[in-house]
Design a protein around this ligand. Structure first.
Ligand SMILES: Nc1ncnc2c1ncn2[C@@H]1O[C@H](COP(=O)(O)OP(=O)(O)O)[C@@H](O)[C@H]1O
Ligand SMILES: [Mg+2]
Length: 278
C-alpha cells in the first residue's frame, strides 16, 4: 500500500436512531447504521428519500433532530465553533459538478485542498500559489493516487468530466479527510467516465483506508463497485447489506415497482485500473 497524506485512516461512523425533521416532514426516520473504516458504501433511493440529508447530517451542516452520529467516540452534536470547523475541514465532499477552478492547472486545484493545513506565512504565501515543496509533494502523490500524474500541469478545463472528478478526489485526499462523501458524483458523467470515477473511489477506500459514502442514481453502479449498499425509502433505512445481496427484489423494495433510469447497466471495465498501486 502506498501512503498518501499523513493520517488518512477513518474512524468508524455510527448512527443511532437518527431522525431529521424539516418543517414537520421527516427526511430521515430513526436511521441506525455503522460504517467501518475503509468501507465503500453506496446510498440509493428515489428522489426525496433522504440521501442528501444523510450526507448533510454527516458533515455537521445540519443538526439531527433526534438520535446521534458518532465519528469514533466523538458525538457530532457535542461539536461547535472550532471543533465543528475542524470536523468539516476533515470531511471531503464531492459533488455532481466538480467544484474545481477550471482555469487553474490541475496541481493548483489539488493544492487548494491543502489550504486548511497551512498556517501563518505558508497560508498567505499560498495565495500567490507559492506552496512549499512539501505541500507540492503531497499534492503530486494525491494526483498519482487517482492516476493523473501526467495531467498535473494542464489547465483543469482541458480534462474530460471524469478526469475532472478524479482531480476533485485528489484535492479531497490532499485535505487528509477522515471520510469522503459524494452526492451523486457520477450523475453528470457518461458511463465510461462514471465507471472510472467509481473505480477511483473504490481504490481510495481500499488502498488508503478512507471511508467513502456516496449517493448514486444508478443501482448497477452500487452493485458493481460498492462494498455495501444502504437503501432509503421515505427517510427509512430499508436495505443494509453487501452489494452482492442487492437482489432485484431488494431494488424493488427500495425504489418501488418502477425502475425507470435506474435499470441502465453500468459498463464492463477492467477489474483493476492500469494505475492501481499495490
Ligand atoms: N432544507 C430543507 N428544508 C425543507 N425540506 C427539506 C430540506 N432538505 C430536504 N428536505 C426534504 O427532505 C426530504 C429528503 O430530501 P433529500 O435528502 O434531498 O432527498 P434525496 O437526496 O434522497 O433526493 C425531501 O422531502 C425534501 O424535500
Ligand atoms: Mg439528493
Amino acid at each position: 500500500m502506498r501512503a498518501i497524506a499523513i493520517d488518512p485512516i477513518s474512524p468508524p461512523v455510527t448512527l443511532d436512531r437518527v431522525s431529521k425533521v424539516f418543517s414537520g416532514r421527516r427526511a430521515l426516520d430513526a436511521v441506525s447504521l455503522t460504517i467501518e473504516p475503509g468501507e465503500f458504501v453506496a446510498v440509493v433511493g428515489r428522489s426525496g428519500a433522504g440521501k442528501t440529508t444523510l450526507l448533510r447530517c454527516l458533515t455537521g451542516s445540519v443538526p439531527v433532530t433526534d438520535g446521534s452520529i458518532r465519528f469514533g467516540d466523538g458525538d457530532l452534536a457535542g461539536l461547535s465553533g472550532r471543533g465543528l470547523r475542524e470536523h468539516r475541514a476533515r470531511v471531503g465532499m464531492i459533488y455532481q459538478q466538480f467544484n474545481l477552478v477550471k482555469r487553474l492547472r490541475v496541481i493548483d486545484n489539488v493544492l487548494i485542498g491543502r489550504l486548511p493545513h497551512l498556517r501563518g506565512w505558508a497560508r498567505s504565501a499560498s495565495v500567490a500559489r507559492f506552496f512549499p515543496h512539501a505541500e507540492r509533494d503531497i499534492a503530486a502523490r494525491c494526483l498519482e493516487h487517482v492516476g493523473l500524474s501526467e495531467r498535473a500541469w494542464q489547465r483543469t478545463d482541458t480534462l474530460s468530466g471524469g478526469e475532472q472528478q478524479r482531480v476533485a478526489i485528489a484535492k479531497i485526499l490532499a485535505q487528509e479527510p477522515r471520510i469522503i462523501l459524494g452526492d451523486e458524483p457520477v450523475a453528470s458523467l457518461d458511463l465510461a467516465n462514471g465507471a472510472m470515477v467509481m473505480e477511483t473511489l473504490r481504490h481510495v477506500a481500499s488502498s488508503a483506508g478512507v471511508t467513502v459514502i456516496t449517493t448514486l442514481h444508478h443501482v448497477d453502479y452500487a452493485r458493481r463497485y460498492a462494498d455495501r449498499v444502504v437503501g432509503f425509502r421515505q427517510g427509512r433505512l430499508v436495505f443494509n447489506g453487501k452489494a452482492v445481496e442487492l437482489t432485484d427484489r431488494a431494488v424493488v423494495d427500495i425504489l418501488g415497482e418502477s425502475r425507470p433510469s435506474d435499470a441502465a447497466p453500468a459498463p464492463t471495465i477492467a477489474a483493476e485500473p492500469r494505475w492501481a498501486v499495490s
